[in-house]
Design a binder for this molecule. Structure first.
Ligand SMILES: Nc1nc2c(c(=O)[nH]1)N[C@H]1C(S)=C(S)[C@@H](COP(=O)(O)O)O[C@H]1N2
Ligand SMILES: [Mo]
Length: 313
C-alpha cells in the first residue's frame, strides 16, 4: 500500500479478479487441449484449494444479503504481505504456513492472562457472519466468515478497568519470505479501542464458506472488523494484548499520514493518493459507492460520537 510500482496499483487499474481467473482458466483449457492432443470433450477446470468443512455452524447476526464473492476469488486475491505484496501469490505461498501447533497468548490488562490452544478456540460456538469487506486500496468482497465474537474471548481473561485498547500481534515464521523486506515493522500488528473490540460485529474468524480458514486468508485464526479498512483485520494471530495506551499499528508506523489508527471506512475522507468514494466489488465491473462505515453505520456510528473523523481517520 505504500509500495510504489509494481505493488501499488491505482484502484482504477485493478482488473476485476474474475477476468484474471477466467483468463487463467481459459489458458488451462487451451493448454490441456494441446497436451491432450485435443482429445474428447474433457474441459480442464481450475482445481479448488484443499478445503475442510466445519460442522455445527449456526447463522449469526448482522449478515448482509449482498451476493457473496466466489470462494475462488476470496482465496486467490489476497493481501498477506508476510508472503508477498502480490495478491495472487499468497494462495500458493501460504501453503507453507505452519498452522499447528498454534497458541494465542492473551495478556496485559487482564485479571486472568492465558495461553489458549487453537483447539479450544475452534471449540467456541461457530457463527456464520456474512460481512462486506473493504480494502483501503479500493476493492471489496462479501465473505461468509465463521467465528465467534471477540467479546467471548475477552470474557475468558477478564479485562481490568485499565484495559482501554487491544493489540493484535500476528505470526512471524521462517515460512514467510516477505518479512525479510522492510516494508512493515514485523510482526504485523493491529489495534482497536476496547469498545470497538467488544462491539458484537468484531469477530475472531476460524473459517470461511463453511470451511476451515485457508492459510492465505489468515489461518488458523484472524480478526474481522467489517466497518474498518481490511488491513485492520489481522491474519494469523498469535498474541492479544489488552493495554492502557493506544498501541502502534503496522500501517500507521509505515505511513502515518496515509493510515490512521481508526481506519474506519469513510467515503468522505480520501486517502492522500486516491479517492475512497467508490469501490470495485470483486467479480463486478461497475463501481459501487462506498458506504459510511462500510454500511455498518447503524451499528457503529455511536462509537464515534463527537469525534472529528477527518482528524481521527
Ligand atoms: N498478518 C496480516 N494480516 C493482514 C494483512 C497482511 O498483510 N498480513 N493484510 C490485510 C489487508 S490489507 C487486507 S485487505 C486483508 C485481506 O484479507 P483476505 O485476504 O482474507 O481478503 O487482510 C489484512 N490482514
Ligand atoms: Mo487491504
Amino acid at each position: 500500500m505504500i509500495i510504489r510500482p509494481p505493488a501499488d496499483i491505482a484502484p482504477s487499474e485493478i482488473t476485476p479478479l474474475s477476468v484474471h481467473a477466467r483468463r487463467r482458466d481459459l489458458m488451462r483449457v487451451v493448454g490441456a487441449g494441446i497436451a491432450g492432443g485435443l482429445l474428447g470433450s474433457g474441459v480442464a477446470t481450475a482445481a479448488e484449494p484443499a478445503a475442510t468443512p466445519l460442522d455445527g455452524i449456526v447463522k449469526g447476526r448482522f449478515s448482509t444479503t449482498d451476493p457473496q464473492t466466489s470462494f475462488k476469488d476470496a482465496t486467490n486475491y489476497n493481501n498477506f504481505y508476510e508472503f508477498s505484496t502480490d495478491k495472487y501469490s499468497p494462495a500458493g505461498m501460504a501453503e507453507r504456513l505452519r498452522v499447528r501447533p498454534w497458541e494465542v497468548v492473551v495478556e496485559g490488562e487482564v485479571a486472568r492472562p492465558r495461553t489458549i490452544g487453537i483447539e479450544e478456540l475452534l471449540r467456541q460456538p461457530r457463527e456464520e457472519r456474512i460481512y462486506r469487506m473493504r480494502c483501503v486500496e479500493g476493492w471489496s468482497m462479501v465473505i461468509p466468515w465463521v467465528g465467534f465474537e471477540f467479546s467471548r474471548l475477552a470474557r475468558m481473561v477478564e479485562p481490568t478497568a485499565n484495559a482501554r485498547f487491544v493489540e493484535f500481534i500476528t505470526a512471524r515464521q521462517d515460512t514467510m519470505p516477505g518479512i525479510n523486506y522492510g516494508i512493515l515493522d514485523w510482526p504485523y500488528a493491529e489495534g482497536l479501542r476496547i469498545d470497538e473490540a467488544m462491539h458484537p460485529l468484531t469477530i475472531m474468524a476460524i473459517g470461511m464458506y463453511g470451511q476451515v480458514m485457508p492459510n492465505q486468508n489468515g489461518a488458523p485464526i484472524r480478526l474481522v472488523v467489517p466497518w474498518k479498512y481490511g488491513f485492520k483485520s489481522a491474519k494469523s494471530i498469535v498474541r492479544i494484548r489488552f493495554t492502557s495506551k493506544q498501541p502502534g499499528t503496522a500501517w500507521n508506523k509505515a505511513a502515518a499520514n496515509e493510515y490512521g489508527f481508526y481506519s474506519n471506512v469513510n467515503p468522505e475522507v480520501d486517502h492522500p493518493r486516491w479517492s475512497q468514494a467508490t469501490e470495485r466489488r470483486i467479480g463486478e465491473f461497475r463501481k459501487r459507492p462506498t458506504l459510511m462505515f462500510n454500511g455498518y453505520a447503524e451499528q457503529v456510528a455511536s462509537l464515534y460520537t463527537g469525534m472529528d473523523l477527518r482528524k481521527n481517520f
